[in-house]
Design a protein around this ligand. Structure first.
Ligand code: ATP
Ligand code: FE2
Length: 328
């Protein structure tokens, strides 16, 4: 069985092709980069519409298959930006009905976890999923993927990106902040906010920008911003590990590219005698293969959907989804 997975929650128009044994035959994508400022949902949706055909052709070519060989279509139903989600869902419905194959909808956050379990061999990890649009600590418990902690305001990737933009660090913000942080020498105290098991980054971002305007050294600020934000992420992930007594920790999402974050999480995992996993970056970032693979898992375990029940869910929560493939 070949599943075509369509990712379209935000910046990335991704199409992956995965077989029922979990072999990734293709993972093509194009990423929308706003000309200035943050993401504009309708512009991003137009980008998806304009690029879907190209990405589809790339994926089919890489997989060396014909569109008629596709047996199942999966798509990212949420969470994400409405216009982007609707564009990807429309493409998925059109393809499924034209090919006359089943369609399954996939939760984007769960797909991040499942692709890591597939390729890295993690069985039951506590996952720190950190990107421009999401910040969650996820672990499987009592039949569902539970969110053990999450941001109460902006995601950590967004915190780094907005800080970069405000202080004049060129795009892409995250990697450039990381590069400057390596040259930082002095820690500048910044607000560290952990509330229960949840996190907050907007006060941290605002204060870092304010300190820059007040004349603090930019390299020291980048260093301090990373140290503060990442320490908070590690604290919450560590508490989830301690609570669940799981022996695996996984890092994913676009911010997983950050070497300092990897180092800190790895250290924490080691202290808990837990194995540490990071999927390759093309699978940490938003991608179609993770949607395709999660679609395979769902379909193989009896998930069936009618076209009329595939409306997008902008705020679809990780813990709202039944996981039949882990409940046997
Ligand atoms: P999602 O839909 O999952 O929220 P996204 O649209 O934010 O994803 P991703 O490619 O998963 O896209 O992640 C991009 C984010 O990762 C950006 O916020 C970017 O700054 C951040 N990022 C990328 N590289 C690094 C790095 N080296 N250090 C810190 N952050 C990074
Ligand atoms: Fe994502």
């Amino acid at each position: 069985m070949l599943c075509l997975g369509i990712e379209g929650t935000a910046h990335t128009c991704g199409i992956g092709i995965v077989n029922s044994r979990g072999k990734i035959l293709a993972n093509a994508s194009r990423t929308y980069i706003p000309e200035h400022g943050g993401i504009h949902p309708r512009e991003a949706a137009r980008f998806h519409a304009a690029n879907a055909r190209l990405v589809l052709n790339e994926a089919l070519k890489a997989a060396k298959i014909d569109i008629d060989d596709v047996d199942l279509v999966a798509f990212s139903r949420g969470p994400g930006l409405g216009p982007c989600l609707r564009t990807a869902a429309t493409a998925a419905r059109a393809l499924a009905s034209w090919l006359d194959v089943p369609i399954v909808s996939v939760n984007h956050c769960i797909a991040h976890v499942e692709i890591g379990r597939l390729t890295e061999g993690a069985k039951d990890p506590v996952t720190l999923y950190v990107s421009g649009g999401n910040t969650q600590v996820i672990a499987f418990d009592a039949g569902r993927y539970r969110v053990f902690g999450e941001t109460l305001d902006i995601p950590v990737g967004n915190c780094l990106d907005v800080f970069a933009r405000e202080v004049g660090i060129p795009h892409p913000g995250g990697p450039n902040v990381e590069r400057l942080a390596r040259e930082g020498k002095h820690y500048i105290p910044l607000p560290y906010v952990v509330k229960g098991m949840d996190l907050s980054f907007s006060g941290l971002m605002t204060e870092a920008v304010r300190k820059h305007r007040a004349g603090s050294n930019l390299r020291d600020l980048c260093f301090s911003l990373q140290e503060t934000a990442f320490a908070a992420l590690i604290e919450v992930t560590e508490r989830a590990v301690a609570h669940t007594e799981k022996r695996e920790v996984m890092l994913t999402g676009g911010v997983a590219a950050n070497k300092r974050l990897r180092e800190m999480l790895k250290l924490m995992a080691r202290e808990h005698h837990a194995k540490f996993f990071v999927p390759p970056m093309e699978l940490c970032a938003d991608n179609g293969a993770m949607i395709g693979w999660t679609g395979v898992l769902a379909y193989r375990h009896g998930v069936r959907q009618k076209l009329k029940d595939t409306g997008v869910m902008q705020r679809w929560r990780t813990d709202q989804v039944d996981i039949p493939w882990r409940n046997r």
